[in-house]
Design a binder for this molecule. Sequence first.
Ligand code: PEP
Ligand code: MG
Length: 558
Amino acid sequence: MSSNFKGAAASAGVAVGPAFFYRPVSDEPLPDFDDPAAAFHVAVEATVAELRELQAAATAAERAQAADVMGAQAAMAEDPMMVTEVESRLLAGISLDTATSEVSDQLSSMLASLDDPYLAARSQDVVEVMGRIRTQLSGKERASLALDRPMIIVTDELSAADAVNLDPGRVLGFVTSRGGPTGHVAVIARSLGIPAVVGIAGIAAIVADVIAINGSTGEVVADPDEDTLARFQQAIESEARQREADATYSGRSVFYDGRPIRVAANVGGSEDVAASLHADGIGLYRTEFLFLDRDRPPTEDEQYEAYAEAAASFAHPVVVRTFDIGGDKPAEYLAIEPEENPFLGVRGVRLYESQAELFASQLRALLRAATQGDLWVMIPMVSTVAEVLAVRRAMAQAEDSLAADGTEFGAVKLGVMIEVPSAAISAPQLARHVDFFSIGTNDLTQYTMATDRTSGVLAAYSDPAHPAVLQLCALTAQAATAAGISVAVCGEAGSDPVTAALFLGMGMDKLSVAAPRVNAIRALTDQLDPKRVTAALQRSLGADSASEVREIVGDILP
Ligand code: PEP
Ligand code: MG
């Protein structure tokens, strides 16, 4: 019998296919062992070897994020703390089955209870690593995401490592019971072009053969009846026709009301750069991914390689954001003090004073890479003019130190992300000190609406089409136009046709989106009627709600 569910739309696209219920950790009890301590050690060694192999394979495939996660998990499997916790239980006569389960539960809930998103993510790593050790002990094959045919994954939660390793050729889509629509996993799904719906409580426990998902609306149907299947099939066909039509825009320049519009790509590492060559440059390079899930930060040379490769790959500007660590993306080695509200804490630019050396190494790497292309440097989380002035001073010092060393470097433009309401409201003042703005609608929405962006429960509040968020975007565009500087949107709202149309109407000159959405946004830009957009924008800014805006703009989309 068919059953309907509604979750948060996390990555656009419609798909129907056989369900693959992914339960990475087997919950079957382990058998008794003659020498449990010896068996445990063999299983730990095998797990470390398995993770190191996965790390090497990910490195060879240039999947740096996955390699870092695998490396961190291998280090955790060897960590004496986890090993001694299990050993001491075995010495007390507790079975290996109970000892490994207890230690997994205890360590993971201890980390999760610290109320720190980074440690909460490590808590998930503990569960995954102990799950691998237990699978080794059970002698059974580990559940794998290496699908042998195209399927739809249904699971409680995917780890970032799972997500970056998904094969878009086999994974038709995925549905999870946890997670928010702008969390890491959703952002990765969009960059891979895999439809996804998140936040459907209990979905992993249902029984179904076939799953239909619509990643644009959040609709999920288990074992769809014939009518539903026909409806989804129609949507799939119309999407395919749309993709074909959009593909004709590959490499084309587009204009809105006679104004050239750049449609650039958002990237998180070199594999994304390679998948974005059809875009008008890079509008957001999230460099913090080079810094996360590792024991120490990347060296200046490692960073130089990554930035130079990106800069050299495009004739258009490559906008590289300095590390946006903190919030839901902390790095353990920076020893950031635990905070009650990390999203309102020491995040992005607020970290640079205490991490002056690390920031200097990034600026040096960026200035050196600017010899390879048109490189623009962008500061995240700016909320005051003083922060921009401090970054300008750090930039001048980095230039002086490179000149003193006789190292070659190039000129860069300096801009800021507008993602905090104070920055949007102070845009006229900020515009006097920078070369460009780029609006981060993901954070601008969370800070304007006061809703944690990783929350699935609050997804309804987190709509960037809310008139309050739109007002701040319009203010920013006006200030940039008055000052004669470039203004872009690089948050996820840039790839949603409703908000994208309004951004063009406001005067943005660039939209930066996940690589698979580039041609669709070019097509939209080319086909909009500017007169109708202007009228819809006026009404939207005065509307009562995001849903009213969606109705108004829905009527004028091509
Ligand atoms: C944003 O906040 O909209 C943005 C683009 O940055 P991130 O999603 O990396 O915070
Ligand atoms: Mg942001």
